[in-house]
Design a protein around this ligand. Structure first.
Ligand code: FAD
Length: 629
């Protein structure tokens, strides 16, 4: 591998980092305001925008639609839903700001040609209260096309992996990254930057093994870069302990939303007991959160897990029963009954084909006929996804008109505590349940605020050339380490002088799984375990200096793991700090097994000092701005 890498410098005003839902929303909005004010907008994505990010494979439902103008729901309704689902831990101002803008993002998707299910009157078809059904295999293609048209391809850099932020004192100045296809090192200089690089997969050991190991619920694209970027910039972070453990169809991780909400299916254990009924009394242990409808996702998980811990697994989605119930009213009219059964069967398969093709393949490969038998469901491994039912991300300013005091507002909506650095989607915390549509809307909110920031602070920050050179050397060091040491052993996978990223990832995943409450430790942990995890993480951090790469693709894997470990460390530190169990179906603190509203109804925030490399972990208040309690 030649070691000469060209440096490409890109100077812009507003840099959008990531090409997913939040980034695409930001691109459309920034292009609109940017054109009016002569502001140059640039976007950089690690992959190809039309299929990058969590929506890359498609989705079968848009999970956040309020229906404000029709009066279907109110913004307050949504805040209440989010806050209770997260056991009290959410920012009212951020959730409200997204909720009041999300419908317009959905209307844009409709206008751009995304096929929605429509009823006889032309209205949207709901899956549940907030979810709209779509034929969404090409959802991301439609959304990315609009973003590309808005910015123009000259302003878009694809297949460039962003590794580090650049700072000018207390202000963001850009970032550096490398092409995963060409020998090019990129230096982006910008007046404002939006971090929108999604959440993190692969921090915990996956249940899938062997060739199937890449199969997880969360797609493989995003590996903690948002968290790494904002933490390394010195931004305050929040909810780093709030991971997400979805319950999905077993092994291929197919979605369950349509089954529970649209098909009204039940879930039962191996003894045909419905754990949501037989375990109901357990809900009383989780305060007012156990008494609401819908029951918070983590508590639903927990009731199923309790059955599994007692050996009553596997758990089953009763697809056959649900389909039979829906077709019941057509019994007696053979033609209509057959037609309805065909329709339901088609919907069942399409749900997977729209967003998790592997599940349809697994069903086909294992002779599953959903109308004839049940299918296994199971809790997955943990993920970090602040836009879904997790909450981790940067601590960002709320909007001025919903200001909740200085803790929640400092000038520009969605700006982190670093001047000019914004965050949206999975990258911003404490505003769960924004999903694809809300992430798009939040990207638009952040972009509009970033353009305002640029107009108010219209100078190009300085970038220290020596810092850039040092980062370039560090970026490619793994290639040099491999070249210098590859002759030492006969098999490149094993070498005393370096570690390949795959082995490094295995070490990270093993320690997180065993000591921080992964699936093999029944999602349970305690102080001693967490301290041991910190010790092992420190050794792993030391060994990260010896990471080696054989080519550019493996170099990307190196950097993915350097990013993951930062996400891991902030998680361990915050799980350790919060001395209670608040989300038992996501993780359980065995030494503090109860929820403690008096001491822990608060955010746990962190700050990393990039100079001293020291962390601080502290509490921030949960404010009740909309009286939704
Ligand atoms: P993403 O859309 O994931 O985009 C992240 C972007 O960052 C990608 O373009 C990626 O390539 C890029 N990136 C990552 N690292 C780097 C780097 N180092 N340098 C440069 N670029 C980088 N929502 C719904 O509305 N309905 C659903 O049914 C639904 N189902 C879901 C199912 C799954 C399995 C998952 C994971 C999510 C689901 N969601 C659903 C939620 C939705 O997908 C997310 O809320 C949304 O994609 C978050 O947007 P984002 O922009 O933050 O991240």
């Amino acid at each position: 591998m030649p070691m000469n890498f060209e440096t490409v410098e890109v100077t812009t005003d507003f840099l959008i980092v990531g090409g997913g839902m939040a980034a695409c929303g930001a691109a459309v909005e920034a292009a609109y305001w940017g054109k009016q004010h002569g502001v140059k907008v640039t976007l950089v994505d690690k992959a190809s925008m039309v299929r990058s990010g969590a929506v890359g494979m498609g989705l079968s439902a848009i999970n956040q639609y309020i229906g404000v103008t029709k009066g279907t729901n109110t913004v307050e309704d949504y805040i209440k839903y989010v806050k209770y689902d997260l056991m009290g831990i959410a920012r009212d101002d951020l959730v409200a700001n997204i909720a009041r803008h999300v419908d317009s993002s959905v209307h844009l998707f409709d206008k751009w040609g995304l096929p929605f299910w429509k009823d006889d009157e032309g209205g949207y078809v709901n899956e549940g209260r907030w979810q709209l059904m779509i034929n969404g295999e090409s959802y991301k293609v439609v959304v990315a096309e609009a973003a590309k048209n808005a910015l123009g391809m000259d302003n878009i850099y694809e297949r460039v992996f962003v590794i580090e932020p650049l700072l000018d004192g207390d202000r963001i100045a850009g970032c550096v990254g490398f092409s995963v296809r060409e020998n090019k090192f990129y230096v982006f200089k910008a007046k404002a930057v939006l971090a929108a690089m999604g959440g993190a997969v692969g921090v915990f050991k996956p249940k899938s093994t062997g060739e199937g190991m890449g199969r997880s619920w969360y797609p493989p694209f995003s590996t903690g870069s948002s968290a790494y970027f904002t933490i390394k910039a010195g931004a305050e972070m929040t909810c780093q302990e709030v991971r997400f453990v979805p319950v999905r169809f077993k092994d291929a991780y197919g979605p369950v939303g349509a089954w529970f909400l649209l098909f009204k299916s039940r879930a039962t254990n191996a003894m045909d007991e419905e754990y949501m009924a037989t375990r109901r009394s357990e809900l009383a242990n989780w305060g007012k959160y156990g008494a609401v409808k819908p029951i918070p996702a983590n508590l639903r998980n927990y009731l199923g897990m309790l059955d599994q811990f007692e050996g009553k697994g596997p758990l089953f989605m009763r697809t056959d029963e649900a389909i039979a119930n829906l077709a019941k009213k057509y019994e007696g009219d053979e033609k209509a009954f057959k037609k309805k059964m065909k329709e339901l069967e088609a919907e069942a398969w399409e749900d997977f084909l729209d967003m998790t093709i592997a599940q349809a393949l697994l069903w086909a490969a294992t002779n599953v006929e959903p109308e004839k038998g049940s299918s296994e469901i199971a809790a997955t491994e943990p993920y970090f996804i602040g836009s879904h039912s997790g909450a981790s991300g940067a601590w960002v300013s709320g909007p001025e008109d919903l200001a909740g005091g200085t803790d929640y507002f400092w000038g520009y909506a969605n700006m982190t505590t670093i001047k000019g650095l914004f965050a949206a989607g999975d990258a911003s915390g404490a505003s769960s349940h924004k999903f694809s549509s809300g992430s798009h809307a939040e990207g638009r909110i952040a972009a509009k605020a970033a353009i305002k920031f640029i107009l108010d602070n219209n100078t190009q920050p300085n970038v220290d050339a020596a810092v850039v050179e040092a980062l370039k050397a560090e970026t490619y060091k793994p290639l040099e380490i491999f070249e210098a040491n590859k002759g030492y052993t006969t098999t490149p996978e094993v070498n005393p002088n370096y570690i390949l990223p795959k082995m490094f990832m295995f070490r990270l995943q093993k320690l997180m799984d065993e000591y921080v409450g992964g699936f093999s430790s029944n999602f349970s942990t305690n102080t001693k375990s967490l301290n041991r995890a910190m010790e092992l993480l420190t050794f792993l951090q030391e060994d990260s200096d010896k990471l080696a790469a054989r080519d550019l693709h493996e170099l990307m894997r190196v950097w993915e793991n350097k990013h993951r470990i930062m996400q891991a460390e902030s998680h361990v530190r915050t799980v350790l700090f919060r001395e209670e169990t608040r989300w038992p179906g996501y993780y359980f603190r065995a030494d503090y097994p109860k929820i403690d509203e008096e001491n822990w109804l608060c955010f746990v925030n962190t700050k990393y000092d990039p100079q001293t490399k020291e962390w601080s972990v502290f509490k921030k208040p949960v404010l009740n701005l909309f009286n939704v309690d």
